[in-house]
Design a protein around this ligand. Structure first.
Ligand SMILES: Cc1cc2nc3c(=O)[nH]c(=O)nc-3n(C[C@H](O)[C@H](O)[C@H](O)COP(=O)(O)O)c2cc1C
Length: 158
């Protein structure tokens, strides 16, 4: 059986809860992608074109710094990457994460929570940053997805 990691970024806690449920359901390790500078409520205001998240998401080359670090990525075969959908795709800090490790030969499986949008081109975007990895298109889950649903979906990749 493959060794799996659930790595996630969560600004307001919804994706964090889902990630804990997923890791628990499949017996995977859990890793939080922690921004060097935490996002404040003002940073997350998508109605404000000048807010930090708006500015970051308008710049495809933006790579917000991460303070947390995975000691040994080489031990994992499958990496589930969780995040909130921001502007119909993965937050820029997920791009930072994608470029921070050597994922070649591994399977990357994006998953997300959102206010309603689908996961969009997130999988394609992540694949461009992780050459040599197999990257699934990923899936959006509702915040209250059950452990059984998560397990049934995740097992296809293990
Ligand atoms: C900056 C920003 C942009 C967002 N963009 C979208 C979007 O395009 N589509 C959508 O359905 N929800 C959007 N949302 C809502 C989040 O995806 C949703 O609330 C998510 O579950 C939050 O997860 P978290 O608590 O793990 O941060 C956005 C939220 C923020 C803060």
């Amino acid at each position: 059986m493959s060794k799996a990691l659930v790595a996630f970024f969560s600004a307001s806690g919804v994706t964090k809860k889902l990630s804990e449920k997923l890791a628990n359901a499949i017996g995977a390790d859990l890793f939080e992608i922690v921004p060097e500078q935490l996002y404040t409520d003002a940073d997350l205001n998508w109605r404000d074109k000048q807010s930090r998240s708006s500015v970051e998401m308008n710049d495809r080359s933006c790579r917000p710094a991460i303070t947390s670090k995975i000691d040994d990525m080489s031990g994992y075969d499958v990496v589930f990457v969780g995040f909130p959908v921001w502007w119909y795709r993965e937050p820029s800090i997920i791009d930072t994460f994608a470029e921070s490790y050597d994922f070649s030969g591994k399977t990357i499986v994006p998953f997300a929570t959102s206010g309603g949008s689908d996961i969009g081109d997130s999988g394609k975007n992540i694949a461009e940053l992780t050459k040599g990895a197999r990257v699934d298109v990923g899936r959006k889950f509702s915040a209250n997805a059950s452990e059984a649903d998560l397990k049934a979906w995740a097992e296809k990749f293990l």
